[in-house]
Design a binder for this molecule. Structure first.
Ligand SMILES: Nc1ncnc2c1ncn2[C@@H]1O[C@H](COP(=O)(O)OP(=O)(O)OP(=O)(O)O)[C@@H](O)[C@H]1O
Ligand SMILES: [Mg+2]
Length: 253
């Protein structure tokens, strides 16, 4: 795959408060560069602006100051090459699994020449037998797999995951961590994943971005220098956990 560069250049975002004329500074002066082959885990306490950061990169909203630059071009709107998956699988209940996955190809008018990609996606997520089922018949983990497939069928250069696994039970979640990593390894696109789970961040990420709040900012970017698959019980893993918890002010130090 071609080189990918996502640059956050002095990005700030504020919102007007509804009840008064003041504004809240949600993100302040975010600077970072991310590239292909990187799996970036983002952790930080509730309200520090993680979802806002992903929504900015997706192009749903624009920065108040600064720029988001993707491969040299400023991001101002959504594009299929920056795909987002949300915490709750947002499937269309009136469409089958296959139709949900095909949806964006149809919306872009490129379905006919790419129809076989729907079956490839179904194979990839292990749900080929569920192609004609409706979402109501799926478990939470299955529904989230379909939501993932629906996004990666566009072969996005940047995959944005906003707590994609946090609605799942602990065992499904650990299996899904491996599945998401397997999908990432196929194309090695850039992934930005928000999670509340420090272990998940370390288990999956090539780097962990630790954020602080009021205003939201990056306090540390920690490269995780461990081979995959990672051992959650190894000393190095636990050392990373301690470092991240300390940076989040939840440690002993
Ligand atoms: N459209 C908006 N209008 C006004 N305020 C907003 C808007 N979107 C987000 N905010 C505020 O920005 C702050 C950060 O929100 P955001 O959803 O990015 O946090 P988060 O880190 O994702 O939190 P959580 O971990 O709970 O999901 C919050 O105080 C929120 O109320
Ligand atoms: Mg959020």
């Amino acid at each position: 795959m071609a080189a990918i560069e996502l640059k956050l250049d002095h990005v700030s975002k504020s919102f007007a408060k509804k009840e008064s004329k003041s504004v809240i500074n949600v993100l302040q002066d975010i600077n970072a560069s991310f590239h292909e082959n990187e799996f970036i885990s983002i952790v930080g306490t509730s309200g520090c602006g993680k979802s806002t950061l992903l929504r900015l990169v997706a192009g749903f909203i624009n920065p108040t100051e600064g720029k988001i630059i993707m491969n040299g071009e400023e991001v101002t709107k959504t594009e299929p090459n920056r795909g987002m998956v949300f915490q709750k699988p947002t499937l269309f209940p009136w469409l089958t699994v296959g139709q949900n996955i095909a949806f964006s190809l149809k919306a872009q008018g490129i379905y006919k020449e790419n129809a076989e990609r729907v079956d490839e996606m179904l194979e990839l997520i292990g749900l080929a037998d569920f192609k004609d089922e409706f979402p109501a018949r799926l478990s939470g983990g299955m529904a989230q797999r379909v939501a993932l497939a629906r996004t990666i069928i566009n072969q996005p250069d940047v995959l944005l995951l906003d707590e994609p696994l946090s609605a799942l039970d602990a065992f499904t979640r650990m299996n899904m961590q491996d599945e998401v990593l397997a999908i990432w390894k196929l194309r090695k696109q850039l992934v930005l994943m928000v999670t509340h789970d420090v272990d998940e961040a370390i288990y999956m990420g090539t780097k962990v971005v630790v954020m602080d709040k009021n205003p939201g900012r990056i306090s540390k970017i920690i490269p995780i220098e461990l081979d995959y698959p990672r051992d959650r019980t190894s000393k190095q893993f636990v050392d990373y956990r301690i470092e991240i918890l300390n940076t989040l002010h939840f440690g002993n130090k």
